[in-house]
Design a protein around this ligand. Structure first.
Ligand code: NAP
Length: 854
């Protein structure tokens, strides 16, 4: 090829000729051209004084190339694919054309014979063309993806006439588009809306799971780190008709539009993965937030209160017992600084530790939210106050704002405060310590408690670490009081009302006063959480969802929260029924649990035999017992043995489901694997796998379309074997492929339809325990919780067919890099299902107990 230092003087035609000459017969050329130019490009080129190169000048036909296709982007580039086709492929004779239609018997045997013959001839046969032109619901794509990977499938081609209306039509290779298809000599040819193309996996845009919303909540993402915090869409959350507390009492709820939400240290610890979510969290999918302030939608009142979990949020349905009106002299931002701080102290300090007038008290981290609240209460009780803080700035703050003498302010970052307290109290110690310090500082604090005193523990970290405290001090008649206001409320729901009464009584006498605060906008939530981890903040951190109006009277015209790009979110309607075919299988049992956590309460699973294994029975019983004990989770789960291979059986299933309520969705998981190379496959097994996938799905599609409402979800769990191919799975892929076409058709008809091509799934299901097989492929096992996380987002988007799998990227890097010896060792590890990345380089096979491989 000619070499030129300057791109512009290229003679395009000569250049193309060069390329043509250097590409072997049937080889491809991919070019990228500019088809329009930006202003700066035009300006720069005018300096150069050279003419523009334009792809319209490209005369590839003259050179000999076949133009296969072009793809334009919106910013001025076009990609052309050319092929050096020197020998025009001959028109296939009838023997080399196989019609793939619904009558599998017609073509199964022929296909098998042709494949065996091609294998015997080492693929040195003419191209075999598989043609599907009877219907748009055809599994030819999945079939061919697998056949190509089997012995003899090397030079097979297919045409899928998607536009066909059902009448078989003969393909005439002399007429366009079939003459072009023949000339291009490509494997996959799909004719759709008059155009020839193919199916490709395209990466979803990075923001595929985002939407614009003004109703959202904050939650931890997959990464248990503050950087994983995300806002999730709340718009589609269904209204729960009946909601119960742990006492089986029906909540009377009201909707509150939130203006401000408080952030607590507990939230920061959960978001950073340092502590797990609280044990009795009733909303398990989001445990962030506890204190809110906003306006009731029904009467416009300003209200404040508690909601455990999913409460850093723009709106919420809340138990009316958990809210109270905001005192007239407080703004909403001020009000939200009080609930958890004062409630914790009301419960821990006043009720449990029985605070008495004039007692001495040590308040740790006194510039924080609870610390300042404790100073206000203790001053109201005329206490003798000692405090600790972590920085000089905080010390100055307490001196200035609360008039605490400097000789009563100690350092919370070391344990010197212990001796200083003992000195200041003549060796007696203090009556009460309010502790939030951990480690050796907790021990030192514990020793500051005077005889008959109380140690009130409000920090959670050491509790989760199960840290031990010395029993010896109990000889001095001291009490250790662990405070968990949330658990106390679950046991005694009246506690919240009791606190509200106390708060209203004391909100004007100095005992309960708003705490100073720092406001962050919703878009700055991560910053707010990070701010709390620095240890520098003073007072409370609050997140603002919208500005408060000047008017403190009830207001019904509430301004919406600001629009933000948030993560889409799936919710299941507790009043609707969800059908899961094959729901007693590995994935199904996990799916049920996941759907329940997102609101589903009515489920029907199909099974040929009903509950069989001990594990299925255990989960089924646990599911019901859980609902009996906690009515919030009270759910119905019916196992139906209706045979959905038939229309009558499917009708029966729908009837059983409708007895529980309107049907919300179908999840088709039933699968029967009969894996075998196609040349060895039996006709019965071939059909059986296809029918389990396609017939059941088609029956459900046909009958649910006749309901007088549309389903929210109509989903099939397809497979990467269908999308990318896998030798030995032609039947499975064919069936999945047909289901995918049904999903496309449903989307065309403006109905929900989603096929998820999962890769191999770990932990449960048909591939469980088969890691070593996966080890040889380029795919890694996707954990079941990751499959559900992905599904959460995929259910909310508009694409009918999507793929979800984990690439064995890093592992393969190890296998393909390094010295020959290292590569072999890495391959062996991988074959044994061991991740070479995490295996020490000096480990030998003997180390893992494997001294010989037979
Ligand atoms: N596991 C994976 O790695 C993986 C990967 C990609 C895609 N998928 C897809 O995910 C879905 C669930 O897979 P899984 O791993 O949970 O499979 P599984 O554990 O084998 O469960 C599938 C269930 O289908 C039911 N079934 C089989 N033949 C049936 C028939 N003729 N009629 C009705 N039900 C029938 C069986 O239940 P009964 O015996 O009770 O009838 C079986 O428990 C499947 O659609 C599969 O294609 C799975």
């Amino acid at each position: 090829m000619r070499d030129t230092p300057d791109l512009w003087p290229i003679d395009l035609q000569t250049f193309l000729q060069d390329l043509y000459d250097s590409i072997q017969s049937n080889g491809f050329l991919l070019t990228v051209f500019r088809y329009k130019f930006t202003e700066p490009e035009i300006a720069l080129n005018s300096l150069n004084g050279k003419p523009f190169l334009n792809n319209t000048e490209l005369d590839s036909q003259n050179v000999g190339f076949r133009h296969i296709g072009a793809k334009h982007d919106s910013i001025g580039s076009v990609v052309h694919l050319f092929r050096n086709v020197s020998d025009y492929p001959k028109i296939p004779d009838k023997n080399n054309i196989i019609n793939i239609n619904r009558d599998y018997k017609q073509w199964f045997g022929v296909l098998q014979e042709r494949l065996i013959a091609a294998n015997d001839a080492d693929n040195q046969t003419d191209n075999v063309w598989l043609i599907a032109n009877d219907s748009s619901i055809n599994g030819i794509i999945g079939l061919m993806n697998c056949l190509r990977l089997e012995p003899g499938g090397g030079n097979w081609r297919y045409i899928f006439n998607y536009d066909s209306t059902g009448s078989p039509m003969d393909i005439d290779f002399n007429v366009s588009p079939y003459s072009d298809i023949l000339a291009n000599d490509l494997v996959a040819n799909v004719v759709k809306e008059g155009k020839v193309g193919t199916y490709r996996h395209l990466r979803l845009p990075t923001d595929y799971d985002k939407c614009l919303s003004n109703d959202y909540f904050l939650n931890c993402g997959q990464i248990k780190d503050i950087s994983g915090l995300q806002w999730y869409d709340l718009k589609n959350m269904p209204k729960i008709k009946h909601d119960f507390d742990d006492k089986h009492e029906n909540h009377v709820k009201t909707k509150v539009e939130i203006y401000y939400a408080g952030v607590t240290f507990r939230d920061v610890l959960i978001a950073s993965g340092r502590i797990p979510a609280p044990a009795l969290q009733i909303v398990p999918d989001c445990t962030l937030g506890f204190e809110i302030c906003g306006r009731r939608l029904d009467n416009g009142d300003r209200v404040m209160g508690f909601r455990m979990g999913r409460s850093i949020v723009t709106s919420t349905h809340i138990n009316i017992k958990n809210i109270t009106t905001v005192p007239q002299h407080w703004s909403m931002a001020e009000a939200v600084t009080t609930p958890i701080q004062y409630a914790t102290l009301y419960y821990g300090l006043i009720k449990r530790a029985n605070l008495q007038r004039g007692e001495s008290i040590l308040i740790h981290s006194a510039a924080g939210g609870v610390g300042q609240a404790a100073i206000n209460i203790c001053r109201h009780y005329g206490c003798d106050i000692y405090v600790t803080v972590g920085t000089e700035e905080k010390k100055q703050f307490l001196v200035k704002e609360y008039n605490i003498p400097v000789n009563r302010i100690f350092n919370s970052r070391d344990i010197l405060f212990k001796n200083q307290i003992m000195d200041a109290t003549n060796g007696k110690g203090v009556d009460i310590v309010i502790n939030s310090l951990s480690g050796d500082k907790l021990d030192a604090s514990y020793e500051c408690v005077a005889n008959n005193g109380r140690f009130v523990e409000i920090g959670k970290y050491d509790m989760f670490q199960n840290r031990k405290v010395g029993m010896f001090d109990f000889l001095r008649d001291i009490q250790f009081i662990g405070v968990s206001f949330d658990l106390a409320c679950l046991k005694n729901p009246d506690l919240i009302q009791e606190y509200f009464d106390w708060m209203h009584k004391n909100c004007s006498n100095g005992c309960v006063k708003p705490i100073n605060y720092t406001v962050f906008n919703a878009s700055e939530a991560e910053k707010a959480f990070r701010f709390m981890t620095t240890g520098k903040h003073i007072g409370k951190v609050v997140i603002k969802m919208r500005d408060e109006e000047m008017d403190r009277q009830p207001l019904k015209a509430i301004k919406p929260a600001v629009d933000m790009m948030v993560t889409v979110k799936t919710y299941f309607n507790p009043n609707k029924v969800y059908i899961i075919t094959g729901g007693l299988g590995g994935f199904g049992l996990e799916l049920i649990h996941w759907m329940q956590s997102l609101g589903a309460r009515k489920l029907v699973t199909t099974s040929r035999s009903g509950l069989k294994t001990d594990y299925q029975k255990f989960l089924f019983n646990r599911f019901h017992e859980f609902g009996d004990n906690l009515k919030y989770y009270s759910s119905e789960w019916l196992v139906s043995t209706a045979d959905c291979m038939t229309i009558e059986g499917t009708q029966q299933l729908l009837k059983e489901a409708q007895n529980l309520g309107p049907i919300g969705g179908v999840f088709h998981l039933a699968v029967e694997l009969n894996d075998r190379l196609f040349k060895n496959q039996t006709f019965d097994k071939f059909c059986s796998s296809i029918d389990t996938k396609h017939k059941i799905f088609a029956n459900l599609d046909q009958l649910t379309r006749k309901l007088d409402y549309n389903l929210d979800y109509f989903v099939v769990f397809s497979s990467i074997s269908c999308g990318m191919g896998n030798g030995g799975q032609t039947n499975y892929a064919f069936g999945n492929s047909m289901c995918e076409r049904i999903c496309e058709q449903r989307r065309n008809d403006r109905l929900h339809g989603l096929a998820v091509q999962y890769g191999p799934i770990g932990d449960v299901g048909v591939f469980e325990g088969m890691a070593e097989n996966i080890a040889l492929s380029s795919l890694a096992i996707q954990r079941i919780h990751s499959c559900c996380d992905v599904l959460d987002k995929l259910l909310a988007i508009n694409t009918p067919i999507v793929t979800s799998f984990a690439f064995a990227d890093i592992i393969n890097q190890t296998i393909s890099s390094g010295s020959k010896r290292q590569r072999i060792v890495a391959k062996v590890w991988r074959t044994l299902g061991i991740d070479p990345q995490s295996t020490p380089i000096d480990t030998t096979l003997a180390d893992i107990g494997l001294e010989s491989i037979d």
